[in-house]
Design a protein around this ligand. Structure first.
Ligand SMILES: [Zn+2]
Length: 482
């Protein structure tokens, strides 16, 4: 029975390759920024609903996030991923030189469009395998809005959406096919500090003003002094987002936006606490009022070894796509443009790697990975060495490279989830290994209790470009046939 269910799911993905491609390319051309992914989320939720999932839209206050559920009872397996694009990276697919679809518009330049197609196509394959082979359990699909701003998943965890989940999978595009385990990415708190003062004529009566920009400068000086006393693992970086209008008006409003990071959540929390004190001191010195808005707060990403081993076995069973000479030529042309080694596409899957070396970047799925055991499947939907968030990393995302790599990823992901649905012992074993891995660390969200999702993020930018982008949307609707 076991292999029959997996074979069925893998066949389902393969015979619905056209549905996958249409979904992948539709989301590519939508090119929607975080919190504005209305078309992308709309297409995914419509498909899930059509195929019998119960869909809850707008979870945790994110209009473009969703949770879709199929089945009931234990085990409860979740798949989550993102589908947001980035600003200024509109790029025609299949063209190995800079060629914008809409000049200046946002675009996919990493592959979150393929992440979404992999999640939905494997979800449908698993759902029909569950029905056909009477596999017990619940499948939960989470649409996670605005990953590029580290946003939505800590809210889901804080709001209890993962309370009854046994384990979770995250799928993400890369140029390799495989997985890894261990501490991957760092904790981060992203917060804007806004100071309110009072305007005055800067030449005639500066003594009447209260200078909010002074407070920003003083906070900056305070944190610069504090750098000497930070633990070597801590890092912080900032921009000034508001600094006044013109020199002869004392600024009544000024603001700075900071990121505070550490390999562990506790380190990021301590650093943020220190920064808040320094900001309060700056406000006091400049006689201003202070407002602090936490924009994002994430735990480091850690990947469970047992889930990784399950994923790896299925990746090995599915195998690396066979790339054509034309695909390799296109990859090399892009690598030449990006001035990176011209190695073409990877011919083989990657061995299981772990524990990996932790990096200073962050991802908003970190909170999920401390709440429940989590695995991440990397699928080969993009070209090796291209820098993400550069136009070149967008050029393959609606071509046969993303299609073949994504289909392989969807098959291995579906097969891995089915392994868990048919073996409760494996679920128990995974939970035990997770417990051993996290030790006595207690998960407590870094996100403040009352923090609300930012609804208008990226709104103006998306409204500006959407009309011109709409002309390039593809007409076909993604169809999946049982
Ligand atoms: Zn990403």
């Amino acid at each position: 029975m076991s292999d029959a269910a997996k074979t069925f799911a893998i066949d389902f993905v393969e015979r619905n390759a056209r549905g996958f491609v249409t979904l992948n390319d539709s989301i590519f051309y939508f090119g929607e920024l975080g919190v504005q992914e209305t078309r992308s989320a709309g297409l995914m939720t419509a498909l899930l609903e059509k195929h019998g999932f119960k869909v809850e839209r707008g979870i945790s206050g994110f209009a473009t996030s969703f949770m879709a559920t199929f089945g009931s009872g234990a085990p409860v397996i979740a798949i989550h991923t993102e589908y947001d694009a980035n600003p200024s990276n509109s790029q025609k697919p299949g063209v190995a030189e800079r060629a914008e679809i809409v000049p200046g518009a946002p675009g996919h330049c990493e592959g979150h469009n393929t992440n979404a197609a992999v999640m939905i196509s494997s979800a449908l394959a698993i759902r029909y395998a569950m029905e056909k082979f009477s596999l017990p359990g619940t499948l939960k699909i989470f649409g996670a809005s605005a990953e590029e701003q580290l946003l939505s998943r800590p809210y889901f965890v804080r709001d209890g959406y993962f309370d009854y989940v046994d384990l979770a999978f995250h799928d993400h595009v890369l140029d390799t096919f495989g997985t890894d385990y261990g501490m991957m990415q760092s904790a981060a708190v992203s917060a804007e500090f806004t100071f309110h003062g009072e305007t005055a004529h800067a030449a005639v009566s500066p003594w009447k003003g209260r200078d909010a920009l002074d407070a920003v400068m003083l906070m900056d000086a305070g944190l610069a002094q504090y750098r000497e006393h930070m633990k070597p693992t801590m890092t912080m970086h900032r921009v000034i987002t508001k600094g006044g209008e013109q020199p002869n008006v004392i600024p009544a409003l000024a603001a700075c936006w900071w990121y505070f990071r550490d390999p562990m959540a506790e380190g990021a929390r301590l650093l943020f606490e220190r920064a808040q004190k320094i900001a309060q001191g700056a406000a006091l010195m400049a006689n201003c009022e202070l407002e602090i808005d936490v924009r994002a707060a994430v735990w480091p990403v850690r990947l469970n070894q047992t889930v990784a081993e399950v994923i790896q076995r299925n990746v090995e069973a599915v195998g690396m796509p066979v790339w054509t000479e034309a695909e390799n030529d296109f990859a090399r042309a892009l690598q030449k443009q990006a001035k990176v080694p011209e190695i073409g596409l990877r011919p083989k899957i990657s061995p299981l790697e772990g524990p990996v070396v932790q990096i200073a970047a962050s991802n908003d799925c970190g909170d999920v990975s401390w709440k429940v055991p989590m695995g991440r499947i990397w699928f080969p939907g993009n070209v090796p060495h291209l820098p993400f968030h550069h136009w070149s990393a967008g050029a393959a995302l609606a071509t046969s490279i993303a299609h073949k790599g994504g289909l392989a990823g969807a098959k291995a992901l579906a097969a891995s989830v089915i392994d868990y649905l048919r073996d409760t012992g494996l679920v128990t074993q995974t939970k035990a290994s997770f417990k051993a891995e996290i030790g006595d660390t207690v998960y407590k969200p870094l996100l403040p209790d009352g923090q609300r999702a930012p609804a208008d993020l990226n709104q103006a930018l998306m409204e500006k470009f959407r009309p011109a982008m709409e002309a390039h949307y593809i007409a076909a609707q993604p169809e999946f046939i049982v």
